[in-house]
Design a protein around this ligand. Structure first.
Ligand SMILES: [Zn+2]
Length: 151
Protein backbone atom coordinates (compact mmCIF):
# COMPACT_ATOMS: atom_id res chain seq x y z
CA UNK A 1 0.00 0.00 0.00
CA UNK A 2 1.20 3.52 -0.79
CA UNK A 3 0.98 6.22 1.85
CA UNK A 4 -0.84 9.32 0.62
CA UNK A 5 2.11 11.59 1.33
CA UNK A 6 4.39 9.33 -0.71
CA UNK A 7 2.35 9.43 -3.91
CA UNK A 8 4.50 10.69 -6.79
CA UNK A 9 3.33 14.13 -7.93
CA UNK A 10 2.46 12.93 -11.42
CA UNK A 11 0.08 10.33 -9.92
CA UNK A 12 -1.34 12.61 -7.22
CA UNK A 13 -5.14 12.41 -7.50
CA UNK A 14 -5.73 15.66 -5.61
CA UNK A 15 -5.00 19.05 -7.16
CA UNK A 16 -2.43 21.60 -6.07
CA UNK A 17 -4.41 24.41 -4.51
CA UNK A 18 -2.24 27.49 -4.05
CA UNK A 19 -2.36 30.76 -6.02
CA UNK A 20 0.89 29.77 -7.75
CA UNK A 21 -0.67 26.46 -8.83
CA UNK A 22 -4.15 27.33 -10.09
CA UNK A 23 -6.25 30.35 -10.94
CA UNK A 24 -9.21 28.80 -9.13
CA UNK A 25 -7.35 28.73 -5.79
CA UNK A 26 -10.23 30.64 -4.18
CA UNK A 27 -12.35 27.50 -4.57
CA UNK A 28 -10.08 25.80 -2.02
CA UNK A 29 -10.05 28.88 0.22
CA UNK A 30 -13.84 28.70 0.23
CA UNK A 31 -13.78 24.99 1.11
CA UNK A 32 -11.63 25.87 4.13
CA UNK A 33 -14.37 28.34 5.10
CA UNK A 34 -16.97 25.56 4.83
CA UNK A 35 -18.37 26.89 1.55
CA UNK A 36 -18.98 24.97 -1.67
CA UNK A 37 -18.64 27.49 -4.48
CA UNK A 38 -18.28 27.76 -8.20
CA UNK A 39 -17.96 30.46 -10.83
CA UNK A 40 -20.68 32.31 -12.71
CA UNK A 41 -19.82 34.10 -15.92
CA UNK A 42 -20.21 37.84 -15.39
CA UNK A 43 -20.88 38.31 -19.10
CA UNK A 44 -23.54 35.69 -20.01
CA UNK A 45 -24.60 34.62 -16.50
CA UNK A 46 -23.95 30.92 -17.05
CA UNK A 47 -23.19 28.99 -13.86
CA UNK A 48 -20.17 26.77 -14.50
CA UNK A 49 -19.10 23.56 -12.86
CA UNK A 50 -16.30 22.97 -12.23
CA UNK A 51 -15.09 26.49 -11.49
CA UNK A 52 -13.57 28.07 -14.61
CA UNK A 53 -11.46 31.07 -15.47
CA UNK A 54 -12.84 31.31 -19.02
CA UNK A 55 -16.50 30.81 -19.93
CA UNK A 56 -16.96 27.95 -22.44
CA UNK A 57 -20.19 29.57 -23.67
CA UNK A 58 -19.06 33.11 -24.48
CA UNK A 59 -15.26 33.08 -23.92
CA UNK A 60 -15.42 35.87 -21.33
CA UNK A 61 -12.81 35.72 -18.59
CA UNK A 62 -14.65 37.68 -15.93
CA UNK A 63 -16.13 35.38 -13.31
CA UNK A 64 -17.81 35.84 -9.97
CA UNK A 65 -17.88 33.30 -7.17
CA UNK A 66 -21.24 31.98 -6.02
CA UNK A 67 -22.18 29.62 -3.21
CA UNK A 68 -23.77 26.30 -4.11
CA UNK A 69 -26.39 24.53 -1.98
CA UNK A 70 -24.90 22.45 0.83
CA UNK A 71 -27.61 19.84 0.47
CA UNK A 72 -28.43 17.68 -2.52
CA UNK A 73 -29.98 14.38 -3.50
CA UNK A 74 -28.53 11.23 -4.99
CA UNK A 75 -28.96 11.18 -8.77
CA UNK A 76 -26.87 8.03 -9.19
CA UNK A 77 -24.41 6.11 -7.04
CA UNK A 78 -22.16 3.10 -6.95
CA UNK A 79 -19.53 1.47 -4.80
CA UNK A 80 -15.88 1.47 -5.71
CA UNK A 81 -14.50 -1.92 -4.66
CA UNK A 82 -11.44 -2.21 -6.92
CA UNK A 83 -9.09 0.09 -8.75
CA UNK A 84 -9.05 3.04 -6.36
CA UNK A 85 -6.73 5.88 -7.30
CA UNK A 86 -3.22 5.57 -5.90
CA UNK A 87 -3.22 6.43 -2.20
CA UNK A 88 -6.88 5.53 -1.70
CA UNK A 89 -6.52 1.74 -1.69
CA UNK A 90 -6.96 1.53 2.08
CA UNK A 91 -10.35 3.28 1.82
CA UNK A 92 -12.00 0.51 -0.25
CA UNK A 93 -14.85 -0.08 -0.50
CA UNK A 94 -16.31 3.42 -0.72
CA UNK A 95 -19.31 5.11 -2.30
CA UNK A 96 -19.17 7.55 -5.19
CA UNK A 97 -22.19 9.41 -6.45
CA UNK A 98 -23.60 12.03 -8.73
CA UNK A 99 -25.39 14.55 -6.52
CA UNK A 100 -28.20 16.72 -7.82
CA UNK A 101 -28.14 20.26 -6.45
CA UNK A 102 -31.33 22.31 -6.81
CA UNK A 103 -30.33 25.68 -8.27
CA UNK A 104 -33.75 27.35 -8.13
CA UNK A 105 -34.32 29.48 -11.25
CA UNK A 106 -31.17 27.99 -12.78
CA UNK A 107 -32.54 24.43 -12.74
CA UNK A 108 -30.18 21.93 -11.22
CA UNK A 109 -26.54 20.98 -11.26
CA UNK A 110 -25.02 17.49 -11.24
CA UNK A 111 -21.82 17.06 -9.33
CA UNK A 112 -19.58 14.01 -8.95
CA UNK A 113 -18.48 13.29 -5.39
CA UNK A 114 -17.35 10.73 -2.92
CA UNK A 115 -19.91 9.91 -0.21
CA UNK A 116 -18.83 9.35 3.39
CA UNK A 117 -20.65 7.69 6.28
CA UNK A 118 -22.71 5.24 4.26
CA UNK A 119 -22.54 1.91 2.53
CA UNK A 120 -23.76 1.53 -1.04
CA UNK A 121 -26.56 -0.82 -0.03
CA UNK A 122 -27.91 1.69 2.51
CA UNK A 123 -28.38 4.45 -0.08
CA UNK A 124 -31.06 5.02 -2.70
CA UNK A 125 -31.63 7.44 -5.55
CA UNK A 126 -33.28 10.56 -4.12
CA UNK A 127 -31.70 10.26 -0.68
CA UNK A 128 -30.38 13.49 0.80
CA UNK A 129 -26.64 14.15 1.02
CA UNK A 130 -24.82 17.03 2.69
CA UNK A 131 -21.65 18.84 1.62
CA UNK A 132 -18.58 18.59 3.82
CA UNK A 133 -15.06 19.88 3.58
CA UNK A 134 -12.62 16.99 3.55
CA UNK A 135 -9.20 17.45 5.15
CA UNK A 136 -6.68 15.61 2.96
CA UNK A 137 -4.23 15.44 5.86
CA UNK A 138 -1.38 17.14 4.02
CA UNK A 139 -2.53 20.76 4.16
CA UNK A 140 -4.93 20.41 1.28
CA UNK A 141 -8.71 20.20 1.34
CA UNK A 142 -11.31 18.85 -1.01
CA UNK A 143 -15.07 18.31 -0.85
CA UNK A 144 -17.13 15.25 -0.25
CA UNK A 145 -20.75 14.65 0.63
CA UNK A 146 -21.98 12.76 3.66
CA UNK A 147 -25.11 10.76 4.28
CA UNK A 148 -25.22 12.03 7.87
CA UNK A 149 -27.23 15.20 8.40
CA UNK A 150 -25.30 18.03 10.09
CA UNK A 151 -26.20 18.92 13.68
ZN1 LIG B 1 -20.23 33.44 -20.46
Amino acid sequence: MVEKDCVPFILDFLPQEGPDDTRIHRFYDHLREGRLTTTRCSSCGEILWQPRVVCPHCNADTMEWIDLPKEGTIYAHTAMVLGAPLGFENDLPFVIAIVRLDMGDHGHMLLFTRVDDAKYEDLAIGDKLWFKTYDCGDGRVFFRFTATAPD
